[in-house]
Design a protein around this ligand. Structure first.
Ligand code: GLP
Length: 242
């Protein structure tokens, strides 16, 4: 595991963006695995800036998002579909038909999950971006998720619902309780994994990821078993590492 420590959120965003930009330049037909949440917002800003200034092209790239809330219409302000378009896709030259996000409003969610898993078998992800939940979740794979788990319907823990309430007028009753998420096993199929974390509230999870026991109780600890992982973490997120 390669650990890159940086000063703060801004530096994390720049450094991680640089890694993605290099990867896209080296392989214009790259399959990117993308993430949502507060962590990658600054990174995506840097990708957009680079696209405007240097014209790094995504027209031959494909993107596959980790997860999507269930039960919200696709155009709802808080779907990950909306998030990705507003923060990245609307501002670069990726083709709409090359953008894949699980459909959270599908009439048959388990079929949607199975189809997404099949899609990922046919399109191995070259570079998977991850954030991390305060409880060590990756994607929406909460503590206790099986390490060999595939794309599936998952239930959000009260901790995650609480953490995400800030995007829903601070009202946890408005946060969906379920999502469709790549499984831990799905995520582990990626060739390279880039995980970013910033802030004190991630320090415990980062310590568990790097130095803890590999355990399904802390889903991110599975990354100790992956051959090519890069962490870009800021001083606060790294503050509990020995
Ligand atoms: C969300 C997402 C994860 C994300 C995590 C951390 O629930 N499903 O993909 O990594 O929580 O979010 P944030 O970056 O906002 O702290």
């Amino acid at each position: 595991m390669k650990i890159i420590k940086v000063k703060n959120y801004e530096e994390m965003s720049k450094k991680a963006a640089k890694i993605i930009i290099e990867a896209v330049k080296n392989n214009p037909e790259i399959n990117l695995g993308l993430a949502t949440g507060g962590s990658p917002v600054g990174l995506y800003e840097n990708l957009v800036k680079d696209y405007k200034e240097n014209a790094t092209s995504y027209k031959n790239a494909k993107s596959f998002n980790l997860d999507e809330y269930m039960g919200l219409p696709q155009d709802h302000a808080q779907t990950y579909y909306t998030f990705m378009h507003e923060n990245l896709f609307n501002h670069i030259d990726i083709k709409e038909e090359n953008i894949y996000i699980p459909k959270g409003d599908s009439a048959n969610a388990s079929e949607t999950a199975n189809e997404y898993e099949e899609l990922l078998k046919e399109n191995q992800i070259d570079l998977q971006l991850l954030g991390i939940g305060t409880n060590g979740h990756i994607g929406f794979n909460e503590p206790g998720s099986k390490f060999d788990g595939k794309t599936d319907i998952v239930a959000l823990t009260p901790e995650t619902i609480q953490a995400n309430a800030r995007y829903f007028e601070g009202n946890h009753d408005l946060v969906p309780t379920k999502a469709i998420s790549m499984g831990v096993g799905t995520i582990m199929q990626a060739k390279t994994i880039l995980l970013i974390a910033s802030g004190k509230n991630k320090a415990e999870a980062i310590k568990g990821l790097v130095e803890g026991q590999v355990s399904e109780n802390l889903p991110a600890s599975v990354l100790q078993n992956h051959a090519d992982v890069i962490l870009v973490i800021d001083e606060e997120a790294a503050s509990l590492l020995s």
